[in-house]
Design a binder for this molecule. Structure first.
Ligand code: UDX
Length: 448
């Protein structure tokens, strides 16, 4: 089997490396020569646990290679994945220019039957457009080759993408011919051990499945965040409520963790794009509009708590921010809640000392010298008026609180991910704020 993966971003690289890992001959193609050159030298454009190891192993054993020249590598391929970016346009819809450009190049250069698969998250109807581009490009060169277009959305979580690819909950494939189905079945067979299913459906349904999955997960998060905020007002503890509802199998325990909003490259973009698709078809997706609005507000929740605690006097106060990436296990800063919080703090005249174990170099691109870059969590906490837990990296889970108490100016902790034991911290002289847990001293009691 020979696969071409076009686009060496997060999705493309994981796809290429994992397919090579099980024996497929893979060429990853990108227009960015520097990126390709780096990959040939073992330098990856992203941080993803386990990825460097399988890229290196499969590059060295010859199953994985990198190229900037699609025309050169496409002959002999059974399948080509389009895994280039679909950034959100101004109106929230996915920008398909890169996907369609690649489709055109495939049509220009293919030499034999090929299954062309959209792997990027693309709106319903994209496969039809991809098909049109390929056909037109072939007509332009007077070729009439057989090919199929298919949709195979990815459900990878950043930080666990390699494991998710190798041991998927399911593989979804949208096809409209038996021939394309057979190629995909053969390609994915090695990943279907232990009853893992491959689900075939029509192309539009496969395209929709990706958006519906992400929209459902984002809905769960905004729902629990909304409930968490109400818990604070009525004197309830969302952690208890979460356990109480999560043990109902119909609801489930996952993705109902309150926090300071979802970020990343998928949820914000996909929710927006689906809302946009709804509008295009005259079907307003009112629940998803609310999901997005709740999430935008949730990113500011920690700032409001801080502001309230300090009676709005944040000027020249110093805050230690622990964690910057949108979630642990990744250096991805896209739509990270930390950026919204830090911007608000700086605007209020505060000083910010930040530490993230992995994402600092990415975050510097946005934050530059507006903040102080600490070398570890203790360095960040030095002289701080409060510690703000933003990303729940493992190394933040059990800090030496005695040491923290000695180095901070005031022992106040704002836990944006509910990872700390408030009772313990309070016993040890800290004031601790969480999400969705009423603060007797500052909320319910002060209200009565
Ligand atoms: C997500 C989907 O999980 C994945 O299937 C899809 O392919 C891409 O989008 P990812 O963006 O990597 O993956 O992150 P995920 O682990 O899903 O978390 C997304 C955001 O939701 C993070 O900001 C996280 O902190 C937040 N989150 C998640 C919560 O606030 N509460 C939860 O209970 C779960």
């Amino acid at each position: 089997m020979k696969a071409i993966v076009i686009g060496t971003g997060y999705v493309g690289l994981v796809t290429g490396a994992c397919l090579a890992e099980v024996g497929t001959q893979v060429v990853c193609v990108d227009v960015n020569a520097e990126k390709i050159n780096n990959l040939q030298n073992g330098i990856l454009p992203i941080y993803e646990p386990g990825l460097e190891e399988i890229v290196t192993r499969n590059y060295n054993n010859g199953r994985l290679s990198f190229s900037t020249n699609l025309a050169e590598v496409i002959p002999g391929a059974d399948i080509a994945f389009i895994a280039v970016g679909t950034p959100p346009g101004e109106d929230g819809s996915a920008d398909l220019q890169y996907v369609l450009q690649v489709a055109k190049e495939i049509g220009t250069h293919m030499t034999d039957y090929l299954v062309v698969v959209t792997k990027s998250t693309v709106p319903v109807g994209t496969a039809v457009k991809v098909n049109r581009e390929i056909k037109q490009a072939m007509l332009d060169r007077g070729a009439l080759l057989d090919y199929d277009v298919a949709s195979n959305p990815e459900f990878l979580k950043e930080g666990a993408a390699v494991q998710d690819f190798l041991k998927p909950d399911r593989i979804v494939c949208g096809v409209n011919t038996d021939r394309a189905k057979e190629v995909l079945e053969r390609l994915y067979h090695p990943f279907l051990l232990n009853g893992r299913p491959i689900i075939f459906m029509d192309i539009a349904s496969a395209e929709m499945t990706k958006y519906a999955a992400n929209a459902m997960l984002a809905t769960k998060i905004s729902f629990i965040n909304d409930i968490a905020n109400l818990c604070e007002l009525v004197g309830a503890d969302v952690n208890k409520v979460r356990k109480g509802i999560g043990s109902d199998a119909r609801i489930g325990n996952s993705f109902i963790y309150p926090g300071i909003g979802y970020g990343g490259s998928c949820f914000p973009k996909d929710v927006k794009a689906l809302v946009r698709t709804g509008m295009e078809y005259g079907h307003g997706l009112r629940i998803l509009e609310a999901v997005e609005a709740v999430n935008n507000d949730q990113k500011k929740v920690l700032f409001h708590k801080i502001s309230k605690h300090f009676d709005g006097m944040l000027k020249d106060k110093t805050f230690a921010v622990w964690g910057l990436s949108f979630k642990p296990g990744t250096d991805d800063m896209r739509e990270a809640s930390s950026l919204v919080l830090i911007e608000a703090l700086l605007e209020a005249g505060a000083k910010v000392r930040v530490f993230d174990p992995v994402a600092a170099h990415e975050a510097k691109k946005t934050l530059g010298e507006s903040v102080t870059w600490a070398t570890d969590l203790y360095d960040a906490a030095e002289g701080a008026d409060a510690v703000l837990l933003v990303t729940e990296w493992n190394e933040f889970r059990l800090p030496d609180w005695t040491r923290i108490k000695q180095i901070v100016k005031t022992p106040v902790v704002f836990d944006g991910r509910n990872i700390y034991d408030n009772t313990y911290l309070e016993k040890n002289g800290f004031i601790c704020y969480s999400i969705g847990i009423s603060q007797p001293a500052v909320s319910v009691l002060s209200r009565s």
